[in-house]
Every structure is written in C-alpha cells, then in structure tokens.
Ligand binder design. Sequence first.
Ligand code: ZN
Length: 255
Amino acid sequence: MENEIKNALINLIERCSNIVFFGGAGVSTESGIPDFRSETGLYNAQTKYGCAPEELISHSYFVKNPESFFAYYKENLLFPDAKPNKAHLALAKLEERGKLKAIVTQNVDGLHQLAGSRTVHELHGSVLRNYCLKCSATYDLAYILDEANCVDQAGKKGSVPYCVKCGGMVRPDVVLYEESLSMQVMIEAETAIRKADMLIVGGTSLVVYPAAGFLNYFKGDHLVLINKSKTGYDYRAELVINEAIGEVLGEVALD
Ligand code: ZN
C-alpha cells in the first residue's frame, strides 16, 4: 500500500472513536475460505450437483434434499481448520483499543470471534451454531462433522446430522437463501452503523443483499472502502483502497 494512503487511513482511525466495520467474503479468503459464489465455487456446484450454489443452500433445497444439502454444505461451507487472518486480528485489536465499536459481517465462519472480537453482528448466522429442528437442542460444529452423529433411524450412514436427544434433524444456524435475516441482528447492525463516525467496508463488492442497504444507514463523515475490485459505491467514499483487506488492515493496525 502506498504510504500516502496508509497514513490517510491511520489518521482517520486516530481521529475517530466509533468505528464500525462491515465485511463480506473477501475478509475470509485470506484464511483460505473461498467465496462459494466465486467462479470456482459455481463450477464445482454445477458439475457435482447440477445446480448453482445459491440453489443448493436454499431453504426449499434443504427441505427437499437434506442429504445432498449437507453433503454440499459440509464440503463447501465448512472450514473447521481455518484461522483468523490479519484482517480479523487487526479488527480485534481496534476494538480492544476502544476505536472499533462493532463488526457487521456477512460471513458465517465465526473467525472474528476466534480472533477476539466481541461485538459481532452476524447477518447470515454462524456455522458454529447448530440446532435440532424438533427439540431446539444446540450443537457445535464438531458434532455435525462427526459421522457417528449422521446415522438415520434405519441405521443408514449419511451426511445429515441427527439430535442425540430426540432423533430430530440438526441444522446450522445459518440463514439459507429464501429465509429471512434475523430482525434482531438487523436492528443491532443498523443501530451500530447509524451511530458510527467512521465506516470501513471491506471484502465485499456490495452487490449481495442486504449489504448495499446498510451503507445508507451511515450518517458519519468517513467512509472507507477496501476491496480488491471497484464497487458501485466508490464515489461515496473518502478513501478507496483496491487491495487485499488483510494486508491493508494488518499494516495500519498490527504493526
Ligand atoms: Zn432434538
């Protein structure tokens, strides 16, 4: 990153005291978690399952084909060994310094919390949380990955995890396509953005709902966009940085 841009970003962070970060898939790619909507993700889904990723992780597909849903989901959306990268660590550090007040994320990987961030509004839920559709018992990621928990009542082994208490199907606390986002999380995210004096948007091209809408809640003076490619909102930003988010935030907050 050019020194001039780096210094501008550092100056902004120093001047602000209520920073909110809004992030998308690009935040986790440096942790080895690919965007399932990427070209490769699309190709893999089409060749193996015959449909687009968005269809595979939709509510109706889950209801109709739970076995294929979980096979695809476990293979493409779960990365139990992924570690927080410099972006996650830098944001946790900014929160610790009292600069950053909240993270609003479209990611479901739980890496912000793993990095130490406390106020994280997960718009699309988290793969780390799972619950039984019958009795609401909750389960962690390890439980649904354990093949021993994926045996149906007839004794057939598969990909669908079942509740140890009642035998019901266990599903991830992730918002599937066709499902509504949690109203409570939406309100918390909106409130945090409305109060912010600086909004850093990173790792998202701002085309996926509800990302673009959230930008309109921001009433502060300093909007910073960090994304590898240009977005349709660059004109609104005080600072646009077309680089990898981990590199950028690492340089300004971890050194
Ligand atoms: Zn149950």
